[in-house]
Design a protein around this ligand. Structure first.
Ligand SMILES: Nc1ncnc2c1ncn2[C@@H]1O[C@H](COP(=O)(O)OP(=O)(O)OP(=O)(O)O)[C@@H](O)[C@H]1O
Ligand SMILES: O=C(O)C1=C[C@@H](O)[C@@H](O)[C@H](O)C1
Length: 295
């Protein structure tokens, strides 16, 4: 049990009696229109029998040309205690979420994919990585190559189109690209769901990124120099430009704060599931406060 988070599982307590928020009624998922840009491949939405989601996006999910990383297709490991808390928190959040999508925003390497898959798993939602969807729709296998063959602007245009298409769907956890927050139009799409900022200290990000190399991250990639130092310098510059945009998110998950609560100095010792638990707590706070204001 993660005592630092002050959580006690309440077996069977799925609903706390708070009024279920209104809005976002169940919707029929329209066919995604990823075919408007001539460089993009048409995308067909159809039911995904392979998804482990309990109610896969109202009977439809991105498949075929899209990369569908359902949370159920890759095993996520966490301790029994964490699993219990995750399950309980997911049950608390689900009624308030009301099928809305959740967009994880944050710098490169902040854990949007790692944490997003856990959240998707416990909520029974489907997981998508918007970078992968752009790669699939453009037909180029890596973001780095898209930058090289086309341009960053081309990538950003396609990223906006992907986010626009996802915004008409339900029950998705979306790991967005690190730079998705810089375009106001993207916020108009993400605002249809819930936005969560994974706020990770730059030093920890630089260490994570240096450990795996910068080749897949075109904005950080330079031919020479110490991988940590160059990642740290570039991340610092990017973060200065973007921090106000990240702060637009509905909720902020600060790894520094979680580490403080758990008595750690280094945020990189935090387990992805502890971060997912904190994200669910933040989602719950945001959604219940919003419901109280409304009622
Ligand atoms: N809590 C954690 N502690 C340590 N390392 C982590 C943690 N979460 C993720 N990582 C590692 O950090 C790297 C980046 O994680 P991940 O791909 O989930 O981030 P991301 O935000 O989706 O990145 P990007 O936006 O660049 O795709 C991976 O190597 C992952 O294993
Ligand atoms: O931070 C960024 O601008 C980026 C982050 C990645 O997820 C990719 O979307 C791309 O490499 C750009």
């Amino acid at each position: 049990m993660d005592a630092g988070l002050g959580l006690r599982p309440r077996p069977g307590a799925a609903w706390t009696g708070r009024r279920k928020p209104q809005g976002f009624p169940p919707a029929t998922v329209p066919a995604a229109r990823l075919d408007q840009n001539p460089a993009r491949r048409p995308l067909v939405l159809r039911s995904d029998a392979g998804s482990r989601s309990t109610d896969p996006i109202r009977g439809a999910s991105l498949k075929g040309l899209c990369c569908h990383k359902s949370a159920g297709t890759e095993k996520v490991h966490y301790s029994a205690d964490e699993a219990l808390v995750l399950k309980q928190k997911a049950e608390d959040v689900l009624p308030y979420l009301n099928d809305r999508c959740v967009y994880l925003v944050g710098m490169m390497g902040s854990g949007k994919t790692t944490v997003g898959k856990i959240i998707a798993e416990v909520l029974g939602y489907s997981f998508f990585d918007s970078d992968k969807l752009v790669e699939q729709s453009v037909g180029i296998p890596s973001v780095a190559e898209i930058f090289q063959v086309h341009s960053e602007a081309f990538f950003r245009d396609n990223e906006s189109e992907v986010l626009r298409d996802l915004s008409s769907m339900h029950r998705l956890i979306v790991a967005t690209g690190g730079g998705a927050v810089i375009r106001p139009i993207n916020w108009s799409y993400m605002r249809k769901g819930l936005t969560i900022w994974l706020d990770v200290p730059l030093d920890a990000l630089a260490r994570r990124i240096a450990a795996v190399g910068t080749a897949s991250r075109p904005l950080l990639h330079q031919e020479s120099g110490d991988p940590y130092a160059k990642a740290y310098a570039k991340l610092t510059a990017l973060f200065e430009q973007r921090m106000d945009s990240y702060a637009n998110a509905d909720a902020r998950v600060s790894l520094e704060n979680i580490a403080l609560k758990q008595g750690h100095n280094d945020v990189n010792v935090l387990t992805p599931s502890a971060i997912a638990i904190e994200a669910l707590l933040k989602m719950e706070s945001f959604l219940t406060e919003k419901a109280m204001v409304r009622n």
